[in-house]
Design a protein around this ligand. Structure first.
Ligand code: TC6
Length: 725
């Protein structure tokens, strides 16, 4: 709620709803009561609004939007009430003023912020728009370009930037509340008209229409099928075209459209899912609530290839001193140059520039070929080539050199953590940390515990994720863990679709239209086809170790497509060789062009293997790719590899480009309806009986038989006899 107090001539209204002072129904009611009381009290000459515990407010209570009463909606009239108050109202912004919180501040006549405060209108990120008149007031205060940027991206801006934009009147380094009361006293009696944003015109631009047209194109492109950014744009556009009251009406209409859209529900689910995965647990009973992390004061990274470089950059950005190790001077120098380049670029993007990173200081970043320098680090991240023998050799060395408590992490996308740990004398300190490329950019960190990994090790890895500003998701140990394991059937289906008559560009288009950033074939060209080829050779699926007489399109009685292997045999490794599933302008080029060579190669391949080409429609492409991935997700849940569907969704949204506005694969399945997913898998499985990954998983069947329960209840149906639980 909001607490009302009166001291001298300034009444104080304190928003109070821990932990972030979300504007629940009770808070709004108390805010309204406080305002009315202050207005009616002749001894009160000014009002100051602040938040409890050093935070102004994180906005409307997000859970309220999905409650039957949808109680976020009463905020607009209260913001108007603040603005129309006959006494000056000052907002004292500490911590965060986000969404409805910032809209409350925009209703105030003056805004004063602590230098460390952050402000923003992040409604777009949860599928909404600033529906408490924010789309109308903000452009009047800071102009259309800056307002549009804040509203359509949802970014949080620091107080220093807010001051430059004119969003706040003043920033302070000391006590914001006292400064706000001083300001309130100072402005008593001054005319309020010029301070009421609803009365101000939207600042004109010489080329407003051209600007808006260009912005509309940009917003649409970035939105990739997500509705909220485009509707945010339309609301701001209304501010430029209509008087305030009419703009507010338009804002409300657009808000209602978004509120009732499935996208808002999915994005709000994704918001809470990300928070839920912080509360990790393992089947043996270890959990976030009982395990404490160890401090990481100094870290080491082994291997300065693409992943190692990104990981070093990430650690430096998080202010953790790093020792970066390579096998010889040649690789070290190459790696050092690449890391320095990345850090220079990051420094340019950061506030404070290169100085804030301090990466030229050897105490903060040291390059070496000497393993002994790792003796006193708190944590090592090994990021060498995906080769079990090499990794085991390194871990054996680490277990001899590193200090007793050091955490030993392996950056692997599929290898067995237990086997790597077996090379050490301290398997309880070995853990998988699967970074995603580029590691200094991608938010996901898959954290894989082995049979012996201690709860402290898991807690420390989760703490590291937080320090690196990543979202850590704790998962169990199996081939491909969660992300890649779910990816295998998806990629497999994509290739089977080519065999049957489709083309890479057709499959990619369907998947990209669904909202993926990049389709499976463009992704495989980007990652390099040779990576999977080497892995399949290692598994004996192709190459010289394949027994003579093996059927070309079968392995162990299951359907297998040799197409990716054949492409590699033709030297087509993807972007790096300018040829893959597409062709590129040059080696390393990024522009994928459909390749007639590949089309005739596919036609020839189908002839050779007697495959009758058929037309495959978009629905089949999408369903076979997505539902096979989702099917694997149910297997993962049933085996206890992840503790809930939220984990799978957070992994897919943050690491695999799954469109966030559909919530993630498992949430999407729940919206499509499990009976439908099951029926489709059954249909495709009957048509392709030699593809086990299309066979509906038993857990999916069980949920359907149980009446398609809501996603939050799924895990209560996991069989207790599951071998891994
Ligand atoms: C809006 O305002 C619309 C207005 C128009 C109406 C017409 N509601 O993230 P943390 C919870 S829309 C409910 O772990 P941090 C969060 O779930 C809103 N709950 O902490 C977590 O609970 P848990 C626009 C909320 O320090 C706890 O608070 N506002 C809300 O890393 C701590 O959160 C936003 O989109 C909320 N609004 O980050 C802001 N906010 O412990 C959303 C937080 O039970 N919030 N919680 O899991 C944030 O971006 C971040 O939470 C943060 C704090 C930056 C405020």
């Amino acid at each position: 709620m909001a607490q009302y107090a009166r001291g001298s001539a300034v009444a104080v209204i304190r928003l109070r709803n821990p932990p972030v002072n979300a504007l629940s129904l009770a808070v709004l009611q108390a805010l309204e009561d406080g305002l009315k009381k202050a207005d009616a009290d002749p001894s009160v000459k000014a009002v100051m609004i602040c938040g409890e515990n050093g935070k102004f407010s994180a906005g409307a209570d997000i859970r309220g939007f999905s409650s039957p009463k949808r109680h976020g909606l009463g905020l607009g009239p209260i913001v108007s009430l603040i603005e129309s108050c006959q006494k000056p109202v000052v907002a004292a912004i500490e911590g965060v003023a986000l969404g409805g919180g910032l809209e409350v501040a925009l209703g105030c006549h003056y805004r004063i912020a602590h230098v460390k405060a952050r402000m923003g209108l992040p409604e777009v990120t949860i599928g909404l728009l600033p529906g408490a008149e924010g789309t109308q007031r903000l452009p009047r205060l800071i102009g259309v370009p800056a307002a549009l940027d804040m509203i359509t991206t949802g970014k949080h801006i620091p107080a220093t930037e807010a001051l430059k934009l004119g969003l706040v009147d003043e920033i302070v380094e000391e006590n914001t509340i006292e400064a706000a009361i001083r300001l309130a006293n100072k402005v008593i009696g001054q005319p309020l008209g010029p301070r009421r944003l609803s009365l101000k015109p939207v600042p004109k631009l010489p080329n407003m229409e051209a600007f808006l047209q260009e912005a509309a194109v940009k917003v649409k492109k970035q939105a990739r099928g997500c509705l909220a950014p485009e509707l945010c744009f339309q609301a701001v556009r209304a501010a430029t075209e209509t008087p305030f009251a009419q703009g507010v009406r338009r804002e409300r209409e657009l808000f209602q459209v978004l509120l009732s859209s499935g996208q808002a529900r999915a994005l709000q689910y994704a918001f809470f899912a990300e928070r839920a995965v912080h509360r990790w647990a393992t089947p043996t009973g270890a959990s976030w609530s009982s395990a404490a992390p160890q401090p990481v004061r100094r870290a080491a990274v082994i291997g300065l290839g693409t992943m190692g470089r990104g990981i070093v950059t990430s650690l430096v950005k998080a202010n953790i001193p790093v020792v970066a190790l390579e096998q010889d001077l040649e690789y070290l120098n190459k790696g050092r140059k690449a890391v320095m380049l990345l850090l220079e670029r990051e420094a340019v993007k950061m506030e404070g520039g290169a100085q804030s990173l301090d990466f030229h200081n050897p105490a903060r970043l040291q390059f070496t070929v000497d393993f002994d320098l790792l003796h006193d680090v708190d944590l090592v991240i090994e990021a060498v080539f995906e080769n079990m023998a090499l990794k085991k050799e390194i871990f054996h060395k680490l277990s001899k050199i590193c200090k007793p408590g050091a955490l030993l992490c392996t950056n692997t996308s599929a290898l067995n953590i237990d086997e790597i740990a077996s090379a050490t004398s301290r398997p309880q300190q070995v853990i998988g940390t699967h970074f995603f490329s580029p590691a200094h950019v991608m938010r996901l960190l898959e954290i894989i515990y082995g049979r012996h990994t201690s709860p402290t090790a898991i807690a420390t890895a989760m703490q590291l994720a937080k320090a690196l500003k990543k979202v850590g998701v704790v998962v169990g140990n199996c081939f491909g863990f969660v992300g890649n394991r779910m990816m295998f059937p998806y990629v497999e289906q994509a290739v089977f679709l080519l065999e049957e008559g489709s083309r890479p560009e057709a499959v990619d288009r369907v998947v990209e239209d669904f909202g993926f950033k990049i389709g499976p074939f463009r992704m495989s060209d980007l990652a390099g086809l040779d990576v999977g080829w080497r892995s399949r050779q290692g598994q004996g699926l192709t190459g010289p170790s394949l027994p003579a007489g093996t059927a070309a399109r079968q392995r162990q009685g299951q359907r297998y497509s040799p197409l990716p292997d054949l492409l590699c045999e033709h030297g087509r490794f993807g972007q790096k060789t300018a040829r893959g599933w597409y062709r590129y302008e040059r080696a390393g080029g990024r522009t994928a062009t459909p390749d007639p060579w590949l089309h005739s190669f596919l036609a020839q391949y189908r002839d050779t293997h007697g495959i009758k080409t058929r037309f495959i429609d978009q629905e089949e492409i999408l369903e076979r790719c997505l539902f096979s991935l989702i099917n694997e997700g149910f297997a993962i849940l049933a085996e206890g590899i992840a503790s809930g569907p939220e984990h799978l969704d957070v992994i897919y949204v943050n690491g695999y480009g799954w469109p966030k506005h559909t919530g993630g694969p498992m949430f999407y399945a729940s919206i499509v309806g499990l009976p439908r997913v099951l029926a489709k898998l059954q249909k495709y499985s009957e048509a392709h009986p030699d593809v086990p990954r299309l066979r509906p998983n038993a857990f999916l069947k069980k949920l359907v038989a149980a009446g398609n329960p809501p996603l939050k209840d799924w895990m209560s149906y996991v069989s207790r006899q599951s071998p891994k639980l």
